[in-house]
Design a protein around this ligand. Sequence first.
Ligand SMILES: *[C@@H]1O[C@H](CO)[C@@H](O)[C@H](O)[C@H]1NC(C)=O
Ligand SMILES: *[C@@H]1O[C@H](CO)[C@@H](O)[C@H](O)[C@H]1NC(C)=O
Ligand SMILES: *[C@@H]1O[C@H](CO)[C@@H](O)[C@H](O)[C@H]1NC(C)=O
Ligand SMILES: *[C@@H]1O[C@H](CO)[C@@H](O)[C@H](O)[C@H]1NC(C)=O
Ligand SMILES: *[C@@H]1O[C@H](CO)[C@@H](O)[C@H](O)[C@H]1NC(C)=O
Ligand SMILES: *[C@@H]1O[C@H](CO)[C@@H](O)[C@H](O)[C@H]1NC(C)=O
Ligand SMILES: *[C@@H]1O[C@H](CO)[C@@H](O)[C@H](O)[C@H]1NC(C)=O
Length: 273
Amino acid sequence: MYKYLTAILALLGTTTAHCELHQLDTAVEAYLKAQRTGQITGFTSIFDNYTWLGYFENSVKLPIHNNTLAKSLPISHTRTIRDLTLCSTYTEVVVNSTKDPYVIGTQLRFGNHRINRVDSIVTRPGDWLFNITGFAYWTAQENWDTIAVEKRDSRTTIRRAADAYLDLFNNPNTTVPWGTPCVRLEGGLYGDPGPNGTCAVGVPQGVPLTNRRYVIDETVGSVQVLLDFGQSKWPDSHHFRIESGKIRYVHTLTHCGVPNCGLSNGTDGASKK
Ligand SMILES: *[C@@H]1O[C@H](CO)[C@@H](O)[C@H](O)[C@H]1NC(C)=O
Ligand SMILES: *[C@@H]1O[C@H](CO)[C@@H](O)[C@H](O)[C@H]1NC(C)=O
Ligand SMILES: *[C@@H]1O[C@H](CO)[C@@H](O)[C@H](O)[C@H]1NC(C)=O
Ligand SMILES: *[C@@H]1O[C@H](CO)[C@@H](O)[C@H](O)[C@H]1NC(C)=O
Ligand SMILES: *[C@@H]1O[C@H](CO)[C@@H](O)[C@H](O)[C@H]1NC(C)=O
Ligand SMILES: *[C@@H]1O[C@H](CO)[C@@H](O)[C@H](O)[C@H]1NC(C)=O
Ligand SMILES: *[C@@H]1O[C@H](CO)[C@@H](O)[C@H](O)[C@H]1NC(C)=O
């Protein structure tokens, strides 16, 4: 009965969720420590096992003790955003290794102030445009710093900008608030046509981007969306930096299970995602 009530309260709580930064930060620290060491006990000790929804890796639910998190990885870069309204976090994780590189994007979600869902996109060589040298270098060059309070966009503005970009893949009439400049880091391919360029270079059509799960952080103008990419429902992350309502950066991670998603590697420009 207690378990049942707690679950109901947690569900009700999602509409009026309130959480505290230190709880989110503690959870992210525990997550990163687990990934660095391959020891997950400290991380699982802050799970809410009453409302636990699972550990997902590339949209597959896996046992908590047998997955990428249970493997010690030499993390070289992280960037985290924190959503106090949805009680969730997103962390970009880079393992800049020549032998065994990874780029991972992980959402943590909370119930009862504890973690109750882990959702990761884990990309490796062979995934969409994967290039660890490119990803590690370019993400470190960018400015995703805190935005001054008076210049911050609202959650609605931030989310609308991301949704417009994502909607464009299935509706060419969508008006997207492109920034100038705007640059995309797709897998490891940067800034086509250049780091000071535009993102308005066209996207394929007839590609629905569905099952969107958001993390929004107004303090850094960022929104990250986990989604199912296209008819094949490839597990995908789109991570945006929005400045004054306009798109400044887009990072994409896509896992397809077949080399480069069965497409050419993007050098011809025709198959751009
Ligand atoms: C939740 O369950 C895991 C085992 O799956 C355990 O390691 C962890 O300590 C539990 N967390 C709490 C807070 O009881
Ligand atoms: C871990 O998962 C892999 C496949 O994902 C499976 O082959 C292996 O048997 C699992 N190991 C354990 C100990 O469950
Ligand atoms: C990977 O990215 C780096 C840095 O942008 C670039 O110099 C290199 O040519 C890329 N490698 C491939 C195979 O595209
Ligand atoms: C990534 O690793 C390569 C090879 O060790 C190194 O040359 C490069 O400087 C590293 N990139 C970053 C951003 O640290
Ligand atoms: C886009 O606009 C054109 C011209 O107004 C219209 O014919 C078309 O149906 C619209 N497409 C969608 C997907 O709304
Ligand atoms: C992009 O713009 C910055 C700042 O104006 C400049 O320092 C840099 O050289 C430019 N990069 C390219 C590749 O044009
Ligand atoms: C990927 O790009 C290289 C050139 O960088 C090209 O030689 C190769 O054929 C491409 N692979 C595919 C599958 O298109």
